[in-house]
Write a protein that binds this ligand. Structure first.
Ligand code: BG6
Length: 473
């Protein structure tokens, strides 16, 4: 690695071929929800019955109109320095009934997107599932159903066959723990179930679906790499007191290692199994489940990093009879003096990204990985518009730079990090937050035919990619 420094201006140069780009997802950008044969996902359905659950009642019908504007968007990706871009295929667009016929219009659309990216020297990274269960599959029980696992594996294999000649980096799921937490534990997303045991079943079935998709990928001999994208939230104890340390360990098991260990090491952490067993919360494990998990480790890991998790030992006991929640085993800890993004309520702590890198280096066999999401959502960005008409988001540039300094340090210390993807390329529809917090390098104007305008961060990102790094000062 080229790592020149001079006395006044530290330089942060990254390895040759380091991926610069961003991440997005089909349901958050494509729009055209009911066009060309697509059928509803849980998001379309939920919005149809409870629009008030979404910020300003804005739903997923049109999102950022990528379906119709992808050519323009890919030019903007070029203008913002992308060498790679991750999005997701919508199952509900490609196979509208969940199983059975492939929608030829969807095949044409995804082919065009992939070809256009490649024609512009932007490598397509493709994810298969970003929280977007087709409604017809949810009606069969969603991830609680074994039938849905098989349908997903068939969908994944269809994607590999259709697009595997050109897509070289595949991901089975984005943040698979989010549907477990949000849909089965914390009452945040449809189907709004609050039941840890059902959540544990959803988690196990997702991991089986993932492993079976990796198996299908290998059987089909696809020329490429396959992995999964996990949101890692390292757990830090309030103090080194044994009870605080234990609390942090438990939080880490539940929220990180529950997915990280099976997809990399092929097995669940033994102490996590003990916790669930003691409380009779273990999901049903069918013959073959553990073998398929064991035999199909990932080639590459995507790490989404936004915030750490700080915890302390439980201070008050939970009244008997309350249905189990992870927070029965620890309390959240608000660290005094923490830096926070007030729009999202998330702590900003840049060096945690380095801790993740060291953890993967030391405890996960120095597996190849990349930062697959990191970013800053800000509400009301219009107030930063300058006279030239674009948003001067210096806070976003600083946010990226401060994280990259730690990525750079991790690389110098031997971490196998292959790239950095910002969340996100263009402001997009973000689930129940809709368009509240804007994350893009490019602004979208929903009142003005989805007009796109590159923000200051987008221009800066191009120089970052072109220089393969940056200089401070
Ligand atoms: C990431 C998800 O965790 O967070 C994205 O992968 C999401 O899908 C992003 O849009 C930002 O979320 P929010 O809730 O801050 O808008």
């Amino acid at each position: 690695m080229d790592n020149k420094t001079n006395r006044t201006s530290p330089e942060y140069r990254f390895p040759q071929g380091f991926w610069w780009g961003s991440a997005a997802s089909g349901p958050q950008t494509e729009g055209a929800a009911d066009q060309d044969g697509r059928k509803p996902s849980i998001w379309d359905y939920w919005y149809s019955i409870e629009p008030n659950c979404f910020h300003n009642d804005v739903g997923p019908e049109n999102t950022s109109n990528f379906y119709h504007m992808f050519k323009e968007d890919i030019q903007l990706m070029k203008e913002t320095g992308h060498t790679s871009f991750r999005t997701s295929i919508q199952w509900s667009r490609l196979i509208p009934d969940g199983v059975g016929d492939v929608n030829e219009k969807a095949v044409t659309f995804y082919n065009q997107v992939i070809d256009e990216l490649l024609a512009n020297d932007i490598e397509p990274f493709m994810n298969l599932y970003h929280f977007d269960m087709p409604m017809c599959m949810q009606e069969k029980g969603g991830w609680e159903s074994r039938e849905v696992i098989e349908a997903y594996v068939n969908y994944a294999a269809t994607c590999f066959r259709l697009f595997g000649d050109r897509v070289k980096h595949w991901f089975t799921f984005n943040e698979p723990i989010v549907p477990v937490e949000a849909s089965y534990l914390y009452d945040l997303h449809y189907p709004n179930v609050v039941d840890f045991k059902r959540g544990a079943t959803v988690a196990h079935h997702t991991i089986v679906a993932h492993a079976k998709a990796v198996e299908a990928f290998k059987k089909l001999n696809v020329d490429g790499k396959i992995g999964i994208i996990l949101n890692l939230t390292p757990s830090y104890p309030r103090s080194q007191d044994a009870a605080d340390v234990k609390a942090a360990h438990i939080a880490d098991l539940i929220f990180n290692r529950s997915f990280l260990d099976p997809v990399t090491k092929g097995e669940y952490p033994k102490d996590l199994i003990e916790i669930l067993k003691d409380r009779e919360l273990l999901p049903i494990v069918e013959p073959g489940d553990l073998a398929v998990i064991r035999d199909n480790p990932i080639d590459i890991l995507g790490v989404n990093y936004y915030q750490p998790r700080r915890v302390k030992a439980k201070e008050q006991s939970v009244p008997a009879g309350n249905p189990f929640m992870p927070e029965h085993l620890f309390d959240p800890y608000i660290m005094p003096g923490r830096k926070i993004n007030p729009h999202r309520g998330w702590e900003i702590c840049e060096e945690v990204i380095y801790d993740i890198m060291m953890d993967i280096r030391d405890n996960y066999g120095n597996l190849p990985f990349f930062i697959s999401e990191n970013g800053m959502g800000v509400e009301g960005e219009e107030k930063f518009r300058n006279e030239a008409g674009f948003i001067e988001d210096d806070y976003r540039i600083e946010f990226i730079q401060e994280h990259l300094k730690w990525v750079h340090k991790g690389l110098q210390e031997g971490a196998n990090c292959l790239g950095y993807h910002l969340w996100t390329f263009i402001d997009n529809w973000s689930w129940t937050n809709a368009y509240k917090n804007r994350y893009g390098l490019v602004e979208v104007d929903l009142q003005n035919n989805y007009k796109r305008t590159i923000k200051k961060s987008g221009r800066w990102y191009k120089t970052l990619a072109e220089n393969n790094g940056f200089t401070v000062g």
